[in-house]
Design a protein around this ligand. Structure first.
Ligand SMILES: CCCCCCCC(=O)SCCNC(=O)CCNC(=O)[C@H](O)C(C)(C)COP(=O)(O)OP(=O)(O)OC[C@H]1O[C@@H](n2cnc3c(N)ncnc32)[C@H](O)[C@@H]1OP(=O)(O)O
Length: 211
């Protein structure tokens, strides 16, 4: 693990972000391609069996790139990742890429893709990656409902059938029931008409300043 650290954090009180400010400018006009190349690198690494010569070459190249990136690290509140709403999964490469088609009182509808690097085994998606997508889009449904930030208290995933890679899938999440700060969120993941997974989950609205 690199010993490089992001820049010192800006003043911030609780929650994920001080506000839900979004941006399509952070990281510049080529941030989309930057993200995509990193995702493609992870796809290749997941399946590559490099020669020793290639491994050494890749290590040198990646060390050089990591050293360059060290000069441009910022804190989590100002990084483009998470606020670039023009990009898949808001420009956050740690999430399976998705595109939102609806987000409102009736919930969130998104197209999500699991890529080669999301492989679990036998050609299909890793269950943990499916849970990551549900966590983010369930969190988004609850955030939209309260117009604020929420944290996952529990997330139960029922894996109903295999989730394919490299296929546009439909994910839907919605607040089924609200009890004060508690948002009970339901969700489904479909491949066409076939149900791949569904969730039962609880998201808690954070109090002002709550970490
Ligand atoms: C748009 C971007 C979306 C991104 C979404 C990403 C979401 C995430 O990944 S969040 C990260 C994962 N989650 C966490 O790390 C959370 C860790 N846990 C916590 O921080 C706290 O336990 C937290 C915030 C969930 C609740 O703590 P707190 O605010 O003190 O509430 P607390 O008083 O304990 O509970 C509130 C109510 O919820 C209930 N509750 C809390 N946890 C649970 C649980 N696991 N199961 C059932 N009920 C629960 C309590 O019983 C209580 O109910 P009631 O009001 O009826 O008595």
């Amino acid at each position: 693990m690199s010993d490089s650290q992001p820049a010192a954090s800006t003043a911030h009180e609780g929650g994920f972000r001080p506000d839900l400010a979004i941006s399509t400018k952070r990281g510049g006009p080529h941030y989309a391609d930057f993200n995509e190349e990193v995702r493609t690198l992870m796809d290749k690494v997941r399946y590559a069996c490099p020669s020793d010569e290639l491994a050494l070459d890749a290590i040198a190249t990646l060390r050089d790139l990591n050293a360059k990136l060290d000069e441009y690290l910022v804190d989590e509140w100002t990084t483009p990742a998470g606020t670039r709403v023009d990009l898949p999964a808001r420009g956050n490469i740690t999430l399976p890429p998705y595109e939102i088609s609806a987000a409102g009182p009736d919930g969130v509808v998104a197209t999500v893709w699991f890529r080669p690097y999301h492989l679990g085994g036998n050609g299909v998606a890793h269950g943990g990656q499916v849970a990551v997508a549900f966590d983010d889009l369930g969190g988004m449904a609850s955030a939209v409902a309260v117009n604020g930030v929420c944290r996952t208290a529990f997330l139960k995933v029922n894996y109903r059938s295999l989730t394919p890679l490299n296929t546009p899938l439909q994910m839907r999440t919605r607040v089924d029931r609200r009890d004060g700060r508690k948002m009970f969120v339901a969700g489904t993941l479909h491949d066409g008409d076939r149900l791949c997974a569904d969730i039962e989950s609880l998201f808690i609205e954070l109090k002002p300043g709550q970490a």
